[in-house]
Design a protein around this ligand. Structure first.
Ligand code: G3I
Length: 301
């Protein structure tokens, strides 16, 4: 009867939403959140700029509003995101070399330790690969500290919170392409060398079609021995929106190691995608056709 309950009945999966702390005082928003979802991701509140605005000074008040709400409702929490090229605090953007590397690893250690025991899955590293056909790492300050920055981050996160699943998370990976294959090769290498990685997040910010190999792509990662999760799902409004939501849901259900789906916001007006109306509830909080198609997909089979 709800997204969360239906997902739970399908192999204990979760159905989550990105949540903004500032909206937890909005009753329409909170009513939908509490009714429909059994997992949350902080949309911005656990990012580097939010949690360590000055070097060595950690602020968790807004993150904790989301964590406490979720724990009070028995919801899982996805941690997002320990290291990313965006939303770095100004002080970190100006660092380089070993100073930056040490600051980044310290950040991972401090934040993962602070939330230890509360986080179901952490996005340890977010969006570290280039778009397009190169398959290259994204060129930015952390990458310039050495190619091993990602594995160093995963090792630090494991040491800080051994109970959390540790994910690599990215977008434009919604099919078999150069970017997803580069990530696949990294995960395969990490598994071969014992670098602690447990899951890969597929953001799935989608337009007017769903890649025909979406499910096959999830499956090839699962076959490496990691869980896969749909982490930031939203789909541009259009005639296909309901079908695409259903297709993503069916793909996750068809992959045994696809453990859950998160939509990137609750109502259309909560979305970062402005006028695209990409979510499951309209601005008044009414269920859209995409909600019904998603719920039906969860309940089928
Ligand atoms: O908090 C400040 C506020 O103090 C200020 O007055 C206001 C003025 O612009 O900005 C507020 O910060 C904004 C923040 O969202 C909170 O609302 C930032 O400008 C804005 O850039 C930020 O956008 C977020 C974006 O990440 C940043 O890159 C979106 O909410 C968030 O949905 C989006 O989420 C990302 C995922 O983390 C990673 N994957 C892609 C996804 C979409 O971009």
């Amino acid at each position: 009867s709800t997204l969360g309950a239906s997902a739970a009945e399908r192999g204990g999966r979760y159905f989550g939403a990105a949540v903004a702390a500032g909206k937890l005082s909005n009753s329409t928003y909170v009513n939908i959140l509490n009714r429909e979802f059994n997992s949350v991701t902080a949309e911005n509140e656990m990012k580097w700029d939010a949690t360590e605005p000055q070097r060595g000074t950690f602020t968790y008040a807004n993150a904790n509003r989301i964590v406490n709400h979720a724990l009070g409702q028995g919801m899982k929490i996805r941690g997002h995101a320990l290291l990313w090229y965006q939303q770095q605090p100004g002080w970190a953007r100006n660092l380089s070399g070993s100073d930056l590397r040490n600051a980044a690893i310290n950040h991972v250690t401090q934040v993962a330790t602070y939330f230890r025991g509360k986080i179901h899955s952490w996005d340890v590293v977010n969006e570290a690969f280039e778009d397009g056909g190169s398959g290259a790492r994204r060129d930015f300050n952390l990458q310039r500290t050495g190619n091993d920055w990602i594995e160093a981050a995963f090792r630090a996160a494991r040491a800080a919170d051994p109970g959390a699943k540790l994910c690599y998370n990215d977008y434009n990976t919604d099919g078999i392409n150069a970017k997803s294959t580069a990530i696949y090769n990294m995960v395969r290498d990490f598994k071969a060398r014992g670098v602690p990685i447990d899951c890969v997040g597929f953001q799935s910010h989608l337009g007017g079609s769903l890649s025909g190999d979406y499910q096959a792509n999830l499956q090839r990662f699962a076959d490496l021995g990691v869980d896969v999760q749909i982490t930031e799902l939203d789909v541009a409004q259009g005639s296909n929106q309901a079908n695409i939501y259903a297709g993503v849901t069916r793909a996750c259900l068809a992959v045994a190691r696809c453990t859950g789906i998160t939509v990137w916001g609750i109502r259309d007006n909560d979305s970062w995608r402005g006028g695209e109306n990409p979510l499951l509830f309209d601005a008044s909080g009414n269920k859209k056709a995409a909600y019904t198609s998603t719920l039906n997909a969860l309940n089928a089979g």
